[in-house]
Design a protein around this ligand. Structure first.
Ligand code: APR
Length: 234
């Protein structure tokens, strides 16, 4: 497993123009999570939920990777398996920065994919609306498709991979996440050698547990973060 674990959240993509969830003006100020991102959203509000993801998927087409994505992607290319890139983000900006799907773990799913609600096959649909892909039905088994996103209250199978990487890593980098969903305090306590980069303190994060704390934009912090990682791996 990797020596360095880089865990990111919505703050990493904020400077690419993708709104975070909990910052002021964030996504959850405009939409009610319980309506469009809950385990029962597709049963209770199918049309609104699909519309919400169709809109976010379409928006992605004009968003570009920022310098923080590009620096992290370059580190992953240079150091391979020594670095694990795990993100809570469902956008494709790491992929636009040059990483393949296999080089990034998307804990909460991936916006440009649909998943069959029965056979679970996953389909890459780019920025299209769900209904424009085989009328929203699985080409393999004809069941209904859904966004390949982990909703609140649903299983997040890739958390298993996250805990494996936490066990093995010797340097933890937490970037652009409030820690409200994926708790990072225990990770920092366990790993011991860690960097936190956010815009400002978060109620869910005990920043005294981190070896280095950078309260600034990710694109400003990324050079110091990259330098620390390269020193550690050299
Ligand atoms: N650079 C660095 N950090 C930033 C920037 C930036 N330019 N802009 C915002 N941040 C930080 C904020 O300080 C905040 O701590 O990013 C964090 C964003 O927190 P959230 O909006 O809570 O996003 P995130 O932690 O990714 O949410 C986790 O919650 O809604 C669910 O599934 C969704 O994956 C998401 C999860």
């Amino acid at each position: 497993m990797a020596k360095v674990l880089i865990l990111s959240g919505a703050g990493l993509s904020a400077e690419s123009g993708i709104s975070t969830f909990r910052d002021s003006g964030g996504l959850w100020e405009e939409y009610d999570v319980s309506v469009v991102c809950n385990y029962d959203s597709l049963q209770k509000n199918e049309a609104l939920t699909i519309e919400f993801y169709d809109k976010r998927r379409a928006e992605l087409s004009s968003k570009e990777a920022n310098r923080a994505h590009k620096v992290l992607a370059e580190l992953k290319k240079n150091y391979g398996e020594d670095i694990a890139i795990i993100t809570q983000n469902v956008d494709n900006l790491f992929e636009k920065a040059g990483l393949s799907n296999g080089e990034v773990i998307h804990l909460h799913g991936f916006m440009t994919e649909l998943r069959c609600q029965s056979c679970e096959e996953v389909f890459e649909i780019g920025y299209e609306k769900q209904k424009n892909f085989h009328d929203g039905f699985c080409p393999s088994c004809s069941s209904k498709l859904r966004p390949n996103i982990v909703f609140f209250g649903e299983q997040a199978p890739l958390y298993e991979k996250l805990s494996q990487h936490i066990n093995d890593c010797q340097l933890l980098v937490v970037l652009g996440t409030s820690g409200e969903v994926v708790g990072v305090n225990e990770m920092a306590r366990y790993v011991g050698n860690s960097i936190l980069n956010n815009l400002e303190p978060s109620n869910a994060i005990e920043d005294s547990l981190f070896s280095k704390v950078l309260y600034m934009r990710a694109t400003e912090a990324i050079d110091e973060i990259a330098e620390t990682i390269e020193e550690f791996l050299s």
